[in-house]
Design a protein around this ligand. Structure first.
Ligand code: OAD
Length: 248
């Protein structure tokens, strides 16, 4: 069991200052202070049902095959909710860490907020709400505007697009987990931020990082599944804790 803190310690600030390679895993809690609901924990405010159907059914590969228009309608609803959302102090702090360091962020979030804050190496393990993907030619197309002019939207090749998001019952996009694992085992400092760490394979990353010798720090207002397997847990909000790490 690692240490559990409620503020950033000087020892941690020193570790942070000396780290050359940092890898980060983020989850829904990273965007909570931007107003994006989480799925679980902290009074999880996520949407679990829409039009009488559970989210596990709406965001499923089966329903996409059966009724793509309905799946798009559901995604348009979510895109509408997320349209005005902006990165918070935590996202901006992570983007700032890149100065003079090698930083890779593997995120389970599909909101695009790390890139919006200026982070450059972001691995979107669960896809992106603001993109479509073509099953025919493989093109990924940015779809930044909601409502969409046509539903379902079409690819330049003429085929209908699907949301470029990992649905229940689907594998992660090829290569993305390997890239995240590569960063996790190569870093000296690993952060696991705002995730309940119950969804795999993302939840393996902090464990793999630690086995490979990284110092692992969790940032979350609550203890989670991973708390017993990290070096330090800082109980607090990402937007309050992360900007503090770089202060000496
Ligand atoms: P969860 O909703 O499971 O967990 C959110 C975590 O964020 C909880 O542990 C909260 O305590 C924490 N949290 C809340 N506010 C916070 C704050 N201000 N700062 C830091 N942490 C905070 O979200 P994920 O772990 O991301 O997958 O869920 C993983 C996956 O489950 C999602 O990507 C999604 C879902 O099924 C897919 O859709 C494929």
């Amino acid at each position: 069991m690692g240490e559990v803190l409620s503020v950033v310690s000087d020892a941690l600030r020193r570790r942070f200052r000396d780290a050359e390679r940092i890898a980060v895993l983020t989850g829904a809690g990273m965007s909570a202070e931007s107003g994006v609901p989480t799925f679980r924990g902290g009074g999880g405010t996520g949407i679990w049902e829409w039009k009488g159907r559970p989210v596990t059914e709406l965001s499923s590969a089966e329903l996409l095959a059966e009724d793509p228009a309905l799946v798009w309608e559901w995604f348009e609803y979510r895109r509408g909710l997320m349209k005005a959302v902006k990165p918070n102090a935590g996202h901006f702090a992570l983007a700032g860490w890149e100065k003079g360091r090698d930083v890779t962020i593997a995120t389970q979030n599909i909101d695009g907020l790390h890139a919006a804050a200026g982070s450059r190496r972001v691995l979107e393990m669960h896809g992106n709400l603001w993109r479509g993907a073509c099953a025919r030619c493989g093109l990924r197309k940015d779809l930044p505007v909601t409502p969409l002019p046509e539903v379902p939207p079409h690819c330049d090749c003429g085929a209908p697009l699907r949301p470029d998001v990992v649905l229940f019952g689907e594998m992660l996009p090829p290569g993305v987990y390997d890239a995240a694992l590569g960063a996790a085992v190569a870093c000296d400092l690993f952060f696991v931020i705002g995730t309940s760490a119950v969804v795999y394979p993302a939840a393996y990353l902090p464990v793999e990082a630690r086995s490979a010798g990284a110092f692992v720090v969790e940032v979350n207002p609550e203890e989670t599944e991973i708390t017993g397997r990290v070096d330090v847990t800082i109980l607090g909000k990402a937007g309050e804790i992360l900007p503090n790490l770089a202060h000496s």
